[in-house]
Design a protein around this ligand. Structure first.
Ligand SMILES: [Zn+2]
Length: 325
């Protein structure tokens, strides 16, 4: 019997699944990502979680044929390690992943992806059409894209292909992105930036009435969506978010010609009618090439770990024709 494993290493949570040759999950482990003190502690936690998932599946780690990893970045791809991750303590400068996992399972077939690349691999694998050309876009704390073109999942030489959240959408650059640059899509439309963008819109037009707690430090994107249809400022903000989202998605479509664009991330999934539907409505008039199907992921929170598993089963691609039988 052949077994596969998928690893989702996030800044907060660490998940591992082990599946049989059909992709049926037979063991799993979920734990918090350790805050260090060093990167090796994070590596050890990944190996422990992998051992635990194997134990639950009743298999030895050496019986795992291939492992896919969807991880926070950035990466040193040649070394198969995470380098200076942004959302973990500064004492963590390097998290070796590929090498130690290869050693544990005794296989060279270990594939490291950023979380959005794992997302497109999973979406492609689980899509009815298993398309060669597909994009997965997450709108959550940040915005990012995983891209498959001609059947290849794009990584770029340094692992940084697909940073669509940092597309310039507003040449006026009124909002500054978390990366420090102005006018980026993520600077307007990600969950962490929607509150400040709403404040900016309130300043622009003080005649808009609102019950939004603009002065409250806990004011969040959820507040804006919750008041949709009953608050002038919330409605104006949602309209403007749709405007920038449609520009960002149009740019993605023109760059990569996907057949399907699938959305994930809390902002998109929890507010599908307010975030995804308006994108679908607008792009038909904005795209000069073929207009792709716009969907949301069915995998929810599992999209990265299931994508990592799909990567393990298809040599890092999500292409079902590569399934080993
Ligand atoms: Zn940026």
């Amino acid at each position: 019997m052949v077994y596969y494993a998928g690893v989702d290493l996030g800044a907060t949570n660490l998940r591992v699944v082990v599946a049989d040759d059909e992709g049926t999950i037979v063991g799993s482990c979920r734990t918090g990502t350790p805050r260090g003190p060093t990167g090796i502690d994070v590596t050890e936690a990944v190996l422990t979680a992998l051992r635990e998932a194997c134990k639950e599946a009743g298999v030895r780690p050496e019986q795992v044929t291939a492992v896919g990893i969807g991880s926070i970045g950035p990466f040193d791809l040649a070394e198969g390690a995470v380098i200076d991750p942004a959302n973990l303590p500064n004492t963590i400068d390097r998290i070796p992943l590929t090498g130690p996992i290869r050693k544990l399972v005794g296989s060279d077939d270990v594939y490291l992806h950023n979380d959005t690349a794992a997302g497109v691999i999973g979406e492609r694998f689980h899509s009815d059409r298993n398309p060669d050309d597909m994009v997965y876009i997450t709108i959550s704390t940040g915005i990012g894209a995983g891209v498959a073109v001609d059947g290849e999942v794009l990584t770029g030489w340094d692992g940084n292909a697909g940073e669509a959240g940092h597309y310039v959408v507003d040449p006026r650059g009124r909002m500054t992105c978390g990366c420090g640059h102005e006018g980026h899509w993520e600077g307007y439309c990600s969950g962490s930036n929607i509150p400040d963008y709403t404040r900016l819109l309130a300043d622009d037009d003080p005649t808009l009435t609102t019950d939004l707690p603009l002065e409250d430090p806990d004011f969040s994107a959820e507040d804006v969506f919750r008041l949709a249809g009953e608050d002038e400022l919330a409605d104006h903000t949602i309209e403007q978010l749709a405007h920038w989202n449609a520009i960002g998605v149009t740019n993605v479509i023109h760059a990569f010609a996907p057949i399907i664009v699938s959305f994930g991330g809390a902002v998109a999934l929890e507010n599908e009618s307010l975030v995804v539907d308006p994108i679908r409505e607008r792009i038909a008039d904005m795209v000069m090439t073929n207009v792709p199907q716009i969907t949301t992921t069915d995998l929810g929170d599992d999209v990265v770990v299931r994508g990592a598993l799909a990567s393990a089963m298809t040599a890092g691609t999500g292409d079902r024709r590569l399934l080993q039988s």
